[in-house]
Design a protein around this ligand. Structure first.
Ligand SMILES: C[S@@+](CC[C@H](N)C(=O)[O-])C[C@H]1O[C@@H](n2cnc3c(N)ncnc32)[C@H](O)[C@@H]1O
Length: 453
């Protein structure tokens, strides 16, 4: 069924998500109000009898202050004492020790307050601390000295600082190797989660050594998307594993005309989800598609055959839909670049994230959607699941992200594999095992780094 342009506008604008007809919700679609993620922030309970953009649904599921995934039982693993990599024979032995510490960490949490639904994950910052932070600190000191030292302070912003480990490791290292730079250093964290912001503060109170950093650190508990303060000074802007949880819009394309349709989620009176696609795009998605087109010169992957014949054949397959598969597009990432361009005109970005994620759901640039129950990961096949119980994690297409970043901020940048970046800036012998295997270089093969040059 092709949504015809000849129909009256309210009927032409949408169609049900499923190719196999489920339940006609068209009356509800017309009747239910459209809500935004900002309105949903005030909801104490999950909404019903409303509709919203997929981007708002995902952001509400992840970040709603009352029932969002990040406001509930999310815990970032900390290995305790740093791993002594030289004492392991190989990566397998390191992995065995990591699994043991992971189990013990969770046993200790369960002893205090048992939970089957605790969401526990780890990041390279934590696994390779302090070496990971030290590599970043080396990059910061070198680039600061090459550019604005001694005319400006070293101002570092970190968005989404998790447990605050990177901040600790960077400041410890700068104090240790370059006291002159240390006295000029300011570190500011922008953190959406109140729980994590408190943990970051408590990191600074733990030891006398850490307390010394407190005067140089400011922890700002707000979402980057609410940022309104101009920062004209030169600064570094860090973001590690934050893009993957930025909300995306979902788009399907009309196979005859290649026109994009935007995904809308309807929640009915019993909390069931229904997906619709509308030809009327909201201004944020419309802008994203324009910026991408302009920034890439029209060179990007699409979720439908590129030739007319291919699309004609796709339309004629038995039970074929007239719409392409889903494509998830990073509208929130574009808005982050808008914030950088507008409020941080003299920034230098340094960011790392996943360019590929295994076990993703169907679609182009699709996320992994999963929860953890009784310590086992449980993946599902759609983001339309009970809000707050599931992590929704997207891969980042670094080529398109970089082109968009450059178009919006006017800056030049580079993309490197995580391994190449670490080969340049880490002391790789710190994380090498006896056999020569090096998990810092080998484990995050699906991650990339983007930085301003
Ligand atoms: C996966 S954790 C990574 C933590 C840390 N960077 C690391 O590598 O260990 C993502 C972090 O980003 C924060 N975050 C997510 N969205 C954000 C936003 N819009 N503004 C500020 N912080 C955000 C989360 O609360 C969390 O601290």
């Amino acid at each position: 069924m092709v949504p015809s342009k000849d129909l009256p506008p309210h009927e032409a604008n949408w169609q049900p998500r499923s190719d196999i007809f489920k339940q006609d919700m068209s009356e509800e679609f017309k009747k239910y109000p459209m809500v935004t993620v900002n309105e949903l922030r005030n909801y104490k309970e999950r909404p019903r009898r409303v509709k919203m953009l997929m981007r708002d649904f995902i952001e509400d599921s992840l970040y709603n202050p009352n029932y969002g995934y990040f406001s509930k039982q999310v815990v970032i693993f900390s290995p305790g004492e740093p791993f002594d990599f030289a004492s392991f024979y190989d990566e397998l032995e390191f992995h065995a020790d990591l699994s043991k510490r992971y189990r013990e960490f969770e046993d200790a949490l369960d002893a205090e307050s048992p939970s089957d639904t605790r969401q526990l994950w780890y990041t390279p910052t934590e696994l390779f601390r302090p070496y990971y932070g030290e590599a970043i600190a080396r990059y910061l000191i070198a680039n600061y000295k090459l550019t604005t030292y001694p005319y400006h302070d070293l101002i570092i912003y970190e968005m989404g600082a998790g447990r605050g480990t990177l901040m600790r490791n960077i400041l410890d290292y700068i104090r240790h190797v370059d006291p002159d730079v240390y006295v000029r250093t300011q570190y500011k964290i922008i953190e959406i989660s109140t729980q994590l912001a408190s943990l970051q503060k408590s990191q600074l109170m733990q030891t006398a050594n850490a307390r010394e950093h407190a005067d140089r650190v400011e922890i700002i508990n707000q979402s980057i998307f609410d940022w309104k303060n101009p920062v004209p000074s030169p600064c570094f802007f860090l973001a590690f594993e934050v893009f993957d949880n930025f909300a995306h819009d979902v788009v399907r394309y009309d196979l005859e005309t290649k026109e994009p349709l935007q995904g809308i989620v309807l929640i009915d009176d019993i909390g069931e989800f229904h997906e619709f696609y509308t030809r009327k795009l909201d201004p944020v998605l419309e802008r994203y598609l324009q910026v991408r087109e302009m920034a890439t010169g029209g060179k990007y992957k699409v979720p439908y055959p590129s030739t007319w014949l291919g699309r004609w054949l796709a339309l004629r397959k038995p039970f074929a839909s007239n719409l392409s598969a889903q494509e998830y597009v990073p509208t929130r990432l574009m808005q982050f670049f808008d914030v950088l361009g507008r409020f941080f005109p003299a920034h230098r970005l340094l960011t790392s994230d996943f360019h590929y994620l295994p076990d993703a759901i169907q679609g182009l640039n699709a996320p992994i959607v999963q929860t953890r129950y009784k310590r086992q990961p449980i993946p599902v096949s759609t983001p339309l699941v009970h809000q707050g119980y599931f992590d929704i994690m997207f891969p980042t297409n670094f080529q398109i992200a970089e082109a968009t970043y450059q178009a919006i901020t006017g800056k030049l940048s580079r993309v490197l594999s995580h391994e190449d970046f670490m080969r340049r800036w880490a002391y790789v012998e710190d994380t090498e095992t006896k056999s020569g295997e090096n998990p810092l270089l080998n484990w995050y093969k699906n991650a990339s780094v983007l930085y301003t040059v």
